[in-house]
Design a protein around this ligand. Structure first.
Ligand code: ZN
Length: 301
């Protein structure tokens, strides 16, 4: 059996997964992301070590590498990533040279959309939006069956102004991400309640169980997401909006208030289905593995 590895480089950790040709995750391994690694040299070493934890030498036939920020996907270049400190870094080829295994390259959000488009909640659809909500928020826009990249700059829905009260990492105030990312929800709850370390999933449950502080923060976050969805629906008319990332683990506690809010705000627009990603918080990993399998003859089978 031909195995591939999916490697997702985030701002704080690098997540690795060993995946078989049927898209089953066989093993996982994580490591902290090297900080201020402007030439990528430490990052490729860490990835190489992760691969040797995941499988024996020679077992992994291809690697799918996903990174955040603005990318040149065709040429394997990270144009800019604020979290990673990268600028015009040819990270795909640097990694391929280090590990001597073919490397496929993608964006951390659009790989998730690829998984949902090929085999998940957007399968068979032409127009869909995938919104993973984790530390940050971005959207992958599936338009006429294609995932829109626009040189890596499309889909940054986390930085539209939804009229919020919080400051954002981008330097502006009122962004969606500052109100509704898993990190923002956790931070807002800690600030208001004095209790640190409560996950967004726990806050959703607390909200359902009548915790007044959790209710206010969760409702505000869901209203902000609904405002952003209203814009996306009005402009792009998707058939489905798919929620992924850590926040999607809250299931109907996420979907129901957004659906209710959209029901009140939409008038003439066609109302899309709102669903949780088929691959849940793993969509990015599966999409990454798909890109790696694409490099192998017969998709690794
Ligand atoms: Zn912002």
């Amino acid at each position: 059996m031909k195995l591939v590895a999916a490697i997702d480089v985030g701002g704080t950790s690098i997540k690795g997964a060993l995946v078989d040709p049927d898209l089953h995750i066989i093993a996982t391994a994580n490591a902290p992301t090297p900080q201020n690694d402007v030439d990528g040299s430490k990052t490729v070493k860490v990835i190489s070590e992760l691969l040797s934890k995941l499988a024996s030498p020679g077992e992994i036939k291809a690697v799918g590498l996903a990174v955040p920020g603005a990318l040149d996907e065709t040429n394997g270049i990270s144009r800019w990533s604020g979290n990673l400190g990268w600028k015009n870094l040819p990270i795909r080829d640097l990694l391929a040279r280090e590990i001597k295994i073919p490397v496929a390259f993608g964006h951390d959000v659009r790989t998730g959309a690829l998984a949902e488009l090929r085999n998940g909640a957007a399968k068979g659809l032409n127009n869909a939006i995938f919104i993973p909500i984790g530390t940050g928020i971005a959207a992958a826009l599936i338009i006429d069956g294609q995932i829109r990249s626009s040189n890596g700059f499309a889909g940054e829905i986390g930085h539209v102004n939804v009229g919020g009260e919080f400051n954002c990492v981008c330097g502006k105030k009122g962004c969606l991400e500052a109100a509704a990312s898993a990190l923002s929800i956790t931070n807002a709850y800690a600030q208001a309640s004095g209790k640190t370390g409560t996950s967004s999933e726990e806050i959703a449950t607390l909200s359902q169980n009548g915790d007044a502080i959790a209710q206010k923060i969760w409702e505000n976050a869901m209203a902000s997401i609904a405002t952003a969805c209203q814009m996306l629906i009005t402009v792009l008319a998707p058939e489905v909006i798919i929620f992924g990332g850590g926040l999607s683990q809250s299931g109907n506690l996420l979907i129901d208030p957004i659906a209710k809010s959209l029901g009140e705000s939409l008038t003439f627009q066609k109302v899309p289905q709102l669903v949780i990603a088929h691959y849940g918080a793993q969509a990015g990993t599966i999409g990454c593995a798909m890109l790696a399998l694409d490099l192998l003859p017969n998709g690794g089978n």
